[in-house]
Design a protein around this ligand. Structure first.
Ligand code: ZN
Length: 284
């Protein structure tokens, strides 16, 4: 027992080693670093200095699953969410937005749930229209979002409304936004329903999952050195590409016998992340 305690104390007092799993190091942090706000690295390999916290509740939003402590982001993301929630609140049946995961208090890889969301510029927004913005923290653990998909994501189901279209359009039309991930059937539906300007559809990217929530990714804030943007989506509205996704869902191609097996991914260690991330961990 004594030996165990000595080992435990040693383990807790050892400084973060470059070879330790980053998800353990960042997952253990309960508050932000006392640093100037900065996103270091890329969406799926980085960290967040000086994070701002999305308040648990505002006039037009509620943060969900508070026990996860993932309502932290770059200040620009917090502003964006508040702005979008005010626009959502103007849609019929929407009191605002239920907001899912942003980032951990210091960003970085997570023990569960996402590969990205590491630099405070990603947010998951629930598809469930909020009726009430007076949920207790217990209710925010228990309530679930609802799926919008039918036929494995080839189509939207009867829960999908024009309000979903308008809210996602408002998000994509915001110049801070780089791209939005949503299931293929939703993109095809929006492609059909949009009769006006189609430029915003460029940022809507069909992806796996993403039928209980849509995922908004901001561009790196202006002038932020060391923040790595993802390449912009190809030009055009991307509607033909989304239709290809749907066709593949409806008529899956036969498995390619020559396909190489994907290598299992190695967990990121601290040394994989930008140099600044060690400082983000060490800051008080
Ligand atoms: Zn996400």
């Amino acid at each position: 027992m004594v030996r165990f305690l000595v080992l435990l104390v040693l383990a807790l007092s050892t400084p973060a080693s470059a070879q330790q799993e980053a998800r353990q190091l960042f997952g253990a942090k309960t508050g932000p670093s006392f640093q100037e706000s900065a996103s270091h690295g890329g969406y799926a390999k980085g960290c967040l200095a000086g994070a701002a916290r999305l308040n648990e509740s505002g006039t037009t939003w509620q943060a969900m699953r508070l026990s996860r402590n993932r309502n932290w982001g770059h200040p620009e993301l917090i502003d964006f969410i508040q702005d979008l929630s005010a626009k959502a609140a103007r849609q019929p049946g929407w009191a605002g937005l239920y907001v899912g995961d942003l980032s951990q208090p210091r960003g970085g890889p997570m023990k569960s749930g996402h590969r990205s969301h590491q630099i405070g510029l990603d947010v998951d927004i629930w598809m469930l229209p909020p009726k009430s913005l007076n949920l207790s923290s217990n209710e925010r653990e228990k309530l679930s979002s609802i799926s919008m998909r039918r036929a494995k994501g080839a189509f939207t189901n009867s829960s999908w409304t024009r309000a979903h279209h308008e809210i996602i359009k408002a998000a994509a039309s915001d110049r801070r936004v780089a791209r939005i991930f949503v299931f293929p059937g939703a993109k095809v539906q929006m492609c059909k329903d949009e009769k006006g300007n189609r430029a915003w559809l460029n940022k809507i990217r069909p992806w796996y999952g993403h039928h209980y929530h849509f995922h908004v990714r901001l561009s790196c804030p202006r002038g932020m050195r060391g923040c790595v943007d993802q390449a912009a989506p190809p030009p055009g509205d991307g509607c033909a590409d989304a239709q290809d996704w749907v066709d593949n869902i409806l008529n899956p191609p036969p498995p390619n016998p020559n396909a190489k097996k994907a290598k299992p991914r190695r967990e990121l260690v601290l040394a994989d992340l930008p140099r600044e991330c060690a400082g983000v961990l060490q800051s008080r």
